[in-house]
Write a protein that binds this ligand. Structure first.
Ligand code: PRP
Ligand code: GUN
Length: 175
């Protein structure tokens, strides 16, 4: 059991299970983008730990950068998504790989894709560590999913509850 602020969380995905899955994902991405010099864009804040660990298993030349969009406060969606900030890589004609920690309703990713498309990349692929199929409200084609999970709030491994819990090396589920 893990108490974060006022809520209790139970262990859900171990650090070992995450590492094993990241090896598989990194290997697949390395094969699929071998010739492409892709631009890998991590979505802050949540994806910082996922991308830093995943990147170690990506063995091909790739540009890595981070961008930021935010829509969540506490444990439920506020529905309003902020602007995209921090995009410094040239995307025109390039293959872009977007790295998210979680796709829940799909609102953030839908919004982000619209913003990225303005920059005319040749392709955008979506990678997410966690995906809640039951929560999805916006149609999305997700190319690489680490774990499909039930529609329950999770923290750890980059994911926060009110800013806390991101540093936990494993993932916990709301009790
Ligand atoms: O599919 P959705 O329902 O839109 O939810 C997913 C989004 O929520 C989280 O970000 P958040 O806005 O909490 O920002 P953070 O990454 O800084 O924690 C997560 O990183 C995704 O971007
Ligand atoms: N921490 C956290 N952020 C989210 N953003 C969307 N869904 C979630 C979730 O389950 N946990």
């Amino acid at each position: 059991m893990k108490k974060i602020k006022d809520k209790e969380f139970v262990p859900f995905i171990t650090a070992e299970a995450i590492d094993t899955r990241l090896q598989e994902m990194g290997t697949k991405i390395s094969v699929d983008f071998k010739e492409d010099n892709p631009v890998i864009l991590g979505v802050l804040n949540g994806a910082f730990m996922f991308l830093s660990d995943l990147a170690k298993y990506i063995s091909i030349p790739a540009e890595i950068s981070f961008i930021k969009v935010s829509s969540y406060q506490g444990t439920s969606s506020t529905g309003n998504v902020k602007e995209l900030i921090g995009l410094d890589a040239e995307l025109k004609g390039r293959k872009v790989i977007v790295i998210e920690d979680i796709i829940d309703t799909g609102l953030s990713m839908t919004h982000l894709l619209k913003k990225l498309e303005i920059n005319q990349p040749s392709q955008i692929s979506i990678v997410t560590l966690l995906f809640k199929p039951e929560a999805l409200k916006h149609e999305l084609e997700i190319d690489y999913v680490g774990f499909e999970i039930p529609n329950k709030f999770v923290v750890g491994y980059g994911l926060d509850y009110d800013g806390f819990g991101r540093n936990l090396p494993e993932i916990y589920q709301l009790k």
